[in-house]
Design a protein around this ligand. Structure first.
Ligand code: 5RP
Length: 260
């Protein structure tokens, strides 16, 4: 891994080997989803507590202050929508030149293993890795987005391993039973999506489980920006990921931060 690529990856996965990525890229296929109706309003108060921000170039350019000291993970795939025929019908929608122009710390695309367009998305990953290696920008492979997938260790293990084999520098997936098997068979770091909104304490338990079963952290969206108090929630997630807080302690912190 060249110096530049390692340097950029270190902007995201911190010195303690962990990360709290804030994911706000949902609009690329969901539109103004709950909590992201006005992206800038949602993002701004959360920035000081996120290790990096995962989003599209459209939201980055319109809704994030360019002087904000936040490493960017740029979503560079798209071309689908939640009302379209086939969610896996995605392609690369951002030039690597534009990603470089935006001074991003990483680029991200989804691969849809087992879906109709799995071949195209896997080959897109490989091509993106070629560009990433050329310019020293890490590639995050997002796996298992899609309604019909059984998110068990066998399937997630397959997705994460294929992503790593294609050269992804880190992989985003979901938590599952026997998650440690997914970690063991994937030779690059894993970050875990939060998935659909669940009660805050359950989301904190999820964050605790992922980091205590081998993931380097979370790339959480809805369980933060759809929380009753997003700032309190991301601060509590940080306590778990970076300060080894217990679930109970983090939940107490969440309730305390809410009262501030
Ligand atoms: C959506 C994504 C999101 O970045 C990912 O799912 C994380 O967000 P959440 O925690 O809300 O699941 O890739 O396509």
């Amino acid at each position: 891994m060249c110096w530049g690529l390692r340097n950029r990856l270190s902007h995201i996965i911190k010195e303690d080997g962990h990360t709290v990525m804030l994911a706000v890229d949902h609009g690329y296929f969901l539109g103004p989803t709950t909590g992201l109706e006005v992206p800038g309003k949602t993002i701004e108060p959360l920035l000081p507590h996120a290790d990096s921000l995962m989003l599209t170039r459209g939201v980055l350019r319109t809704s994030v202050d360019p002087v904000a000291p936040i490493p960017i993970v740029l979503r560079v795939s798209g071309g689908n929508s939640i009302i379209g025929k086939e969610l896996s019908d995605e392609d690369i929608t951002v030039s690597f030149e534009d990603a470089i122009r935006l001074n991003v710390s990483a680029v991200a695309l989804s691969i849809y293993i087992g879906s109709e367009y799995e071949h195209r998305t896997i080959v897109n990953l490989s091509r993106l890795v070629d560009e990433g290696e050329k310019y020293g920008i890490p590639v995050l492979a997002v796996t298992a987005v899609g309604r019909e997938m059984a998110r068990d260790a066998k399937y997630l293990g397959l997705c994460c391993r294929i992503a790593a084999e294609m050269g992804a520098h880190f992989v985003k997936t979901y938590y599952c039973e026997d998650f440690e098997k997914v970690v063991e068979s994937c030779p690059v770091p894993l970050v875990i999506a939060g998935g659909k909104k669940i009660p805050e304490k359950d989301a904190l338990k999820l964050a605790f489980d992922v980091v205590n079963h081998g993931a380097v952290g979370v790339d959480m969206g809805r369980n933060i920006f759809q929380s009753e108090n997003p700032v309190a929630m991301i601060r509590a997630v940080r306590a778990i990921v970076h300060e080894k807080a217990s679930v109970d302690d983090a939940y107490e912190l969440y309730k305390g931060f809410k009262r501030e």
